[in-house]
Design a protein around this ligand. Sequence first.
Ligand code: KG4
Ligand code: ZN
Length: 321
Amino acid sequence: MILGIETSCDETSVALVTADGRIRANVVASQAELHARYGGVVPEVASRRHLELVGPVLAEALEEAETELPEVETVAVTRGPGLIGALLVGISAAKALAWSRRLPLVPVDHLHGHVASLYLAPDAPEVPFLCLLASGGHTMLLDVRDRSGHRVVGTTLDDAAGEAFDKGARLLGLGYPGGAALDRAAATGDPAAYAFPVARVPGHDFSFSGVKTALLYAVRDLPAGELERRRADLAASYQRAIVTALVERTEAAAEELGAEQIAVVGGVAANSELRAALPEAALAPLPLCTDNAAMIASAARYTRAIPFPEYLALDAYATAA
Ligand code: KG4
Ligand code: ZN
């Protein structure tokens, strides 16, 4: 059994996953409410909250899996990219757990973790495939040739898709983080009400700053008191522009690279319109789209473990190498 720990941003999560990919527990404590009043994640606040939560979340995961620490054979932890202080809480907890039982430790790349959420699905895609990773922190196209890693073939030049959803939701008064709320608001709106721009930058990259600015102007130009009445249409049109950009870019890259299978992972993979727009794609299971430790434990199955006690000097990294 693998014990996974994820603390890269504002979710404190501990999971227990078997070597053959059965999720015995996947407890996620979200700090979203704590950061909502600031309109974004405050790193120092996140670190402190991880520190308070990591113990109780671990206890809850063990209880949910009806197991105990002696059953754990490997400890896996997110090493980066993410908030350095937040990552260090998870890494310290993982080191302590592994060291106390003389267990090996597997450092996992967060992006690899998102891709590995696919390997926990009953209908996991066969490699090779082209993976769209769209989250709050990243938007990338990854060429996945084996389960141990990937090659980046495209990335966003400015905002991540999830960030664009969150900023749009904020402009529409839908709270933070508003991706899911915007998705719900869009369901009753007309996606053709506004023609928001779909960026087509060279190569396989993405850009979401233009669409965000277009929404800002559309909201600003509304007559006073009109936002309430136009919110659903604005949400639907804005979501349509982001989803169109994601789908167009992904399909064009798949064609150019000769990829026969497309997969979608990350928080934005939970978006209902994106899921519907790619019916042939392998989609991360809904509960595993946003940050969680089960995907980290899953990635650990395909990552080299560091034997006891060599990992004691292991450090976090904030940005992708
Ligand atoms: O993967 P994730 O939990 O965190 C990062 O690694 O960044 O992704 C969180 C992002 C947030 O921006 C959130 O608004 C977005 O995923 N998100 C959605 C939906 N659910 C979550 N965006 C659009 N539609 C959704 N249904
Ligand atoms: Zn993530």
